[in-house]
Design a protein around this ligand. Structure first.
Ligand code: PRE
Length: 362
């Protein structure tokens, strides 16, 4: 045996010993999670998933990490360990905006890990409905994109739903131009994608395919599926859809802005407890009078609260009423935030707290 072969053998023996220790520790951790489940069961607590605790675990792992793996990498590994532990306590089901291969599915896996069962739904409304009906434990819906702005349909769904937001997750969105093995690459005359994705790649399309017809479909995954039977069509979609439908990438990362990302919300019937770094989302109705928004935001200014987003939507109750969706840092259990909420409620015609939840970790 050469010297380097001997060295390799020794190193692999060390790795085997470490793996065996890791396995023992992971099994010990899983046993602990099973005991946690028993405690919850005894207390008659039906929520096994604890968003605030998961955020704390991941943050602390990232803080304690000394390398050489980077913080996000170790957090991803622990994300999967916790996902498996939670599945031992209770296998959870998550409804997402499908079909399979959408960015919302990728966001669901990023947030809940691979042990959660992801169930595709055809529309955002259906995601809300399935969660409310108790057919699944949680739902995940897109809410805003850094290039294209807010997803109005999601905001509108909150107007009619009693569901709570119990988490958020942000996903970097990379789009690719995809073709099937039958596509004539030099004859592409039609490009399918979701309207938002077409918009996010507008400049690239103007430069490279100025005369191709752009066809908006329900999802990127549907676009990927469609081109299988059309030799002159291409699709814009992400990695998951490319893999799922076995498509080839003609061009990668064609989004106009390199920092293109989408924020998703986790919805459920559960209220998340404070994690130490939280956000709150509220919906406020105001009569359309001069200075309404200014008046509404004054309590936040006085309380020195950081606003992270303000959106306006026409209300569905009266023609001239407006609904403001406001996100800010802090948890409603914090007395300072509770006081601000009291002051906002005094000014508004209606205030609905959509939820306080841990700030996205990964
Ligand atoms: O701490 C808990 O409540 C647990 O159930 C344990 C655990 C974990 O594996 O750390 C698992 C699932 C929860 O979502 C949060 C944390």
């Amino acid at each position: 045996m050469s010297e380097s072969e001997q060295k390799l053998k020794e190193l692999r023996n060390r790795i085997d010993t470490i793996d065996s220790k890791l396995l023992t520790l992971m099994s010990e951790r899983a046993d602990c999670a099973k005991s946690v489940a028993q405690v919850k069961q005894l207390e008659g607590d039906s929520f096994y998933y604890r968003p605030e605790r998961e955020a704390q675990v991941l943050r602390s792992i990232m803080q304690n990490n000394q390398g050489p793996l980077d913080d996000e990498e170790v957090a991803r590994l622990f994300r999967e360990i916790m996902s498996a532990c939670l599945a031992l306590e209770q296998p959870i089901q998550v409804a997402y905006l499908g079909p399979e291969g959408t960015f919302t599915q990728a966001a669901s896996i990023k947030h809940f890990g691979h042990s959660a069962v992801c169930v595709p739904m055809a529309t955002i409304d259906e995601v809300f409905r399935e969660v409310l009906a108790g057919a699944v434990n949680y739902g995940i819906v897109p809410v805003e994109n850094s290039t294209e702005g807010v997803i109005n349909h999601t905001l509108d769904s909150f107007m009619e739903s009693p569901l709570k937001i119990c988490g958020e997750v942000e996903l970097r969105i990379h789009h690719h131009l995809l073709v099937s093995e039958h596509t004539r690459r030099d004859k592409i005359s039609r490009i399918y994608s979701h309207a938002q994705s077409l918009a996010q790649c507008r400049k690239w399309l103007d430069s490279y395919y100025p005369s191709a017809e752009r066809v908006a479909v329900n999802s990127n995954a549907e676009a990927a599926k469609r081109i299988k039977s059309e030799w002159h069509s291409a699709a814009i979609a992400g990695d998951m859809a490319a893999e799922l439908y076995e498509l080839e990438k003609v061009a990668e990362k064609i989004e106009d802005r390199p920092d293109n990302s989408t924020r998703f919300l986790i919805i459920g019937t559960q209220e998340a407890l404070p994690s130490g770094q939280d956000k709150t989302s509220i919906m406020v109705s105001m009569r359309n009078q001069p200075g309404a928004l200014h008046e509404l935001l004054e309590p936040f200014h006085k309380g020195n609260i950081d606003l992270t987003r303000v959106e306006t939507r026409p209300s569905n109750t009266g023609t001239w009423n407006y609904v403001f969706f406001i996100d800010f840092l802090g948890h409603v259990h914090d007395p300072k935030i509770a006081e601000v909420m009291k002051n906002v409620a005094a000014k508004a015609s209606d205030l609905k707290i959509l939820g306080s939840y841990p700030k996205g970790v990964l």
